[in-house]
Design a protein around this ligand. Structure first.
Ligand code: AMP
Ligand code: ZN
Length: 113
């Protein structure tokens, strides 16, 4: 999508700090980190949010979750980490291209709401 921030990052039109890339997904450092390690993992195909996941595109979501442990290991998150996807206004979703936050590098707050 031409007006999507994360599609522009995938295209290289907006700079980002790459952590991982393959044919289907891209991972990069969050510009406003909420933890010592804060990585965003996104599908290269535009999906607006978790609500946009369906049988036709869910293989890339499985792939993201296959790769997340590899990214976490490479980032040294040996004590654990959190994976979060905000969906819609009540969750505070600000970028409408599906993304999974990987947060770690400290003992995370359990306050989820
Ligand atoms: P969410 O609030 O779940 O939609 O998350 C969007 C995330 O994208 C936030 O954590 C932002 O800090 C992050 N973000 C916004 N713009 C950029 C950018 N240009 N590069 C990296 N991360 C970004
Ligand atoms: Zn997009």
């Amino acid at each position: 999508m031409s007006d999507c921030l994360f599609c522009k990052i995938i295209a290289g039109d907006i700079p980002s700090t790459k952590v991982y890339e393959d044919d289907a997904i891209y991972a990069f450092r969050d510009i406003n980190p909420q933890a010592p390690t804060h990585v965003l993992v996104i599908p290269k195909t535009h999906i607006a949010s978790v609500n946009g996941v369906c049988a036709d595109n869910s293989a890339v979501i499985a792939h993201i979750f296959e790769v997340i442990p590899t990214i976490a290991k490479a980032e040294g998150l040996v004590s654990g980490y959190r994976v979060v996807s905000n969906c819609g206004p009540d969750a505070g979703q600000t970028v409408h291209h599906l993304h999974f936050h990987i947060l770690g590098g400290k003992e995370l707050s359990l306050d989820m709401a």
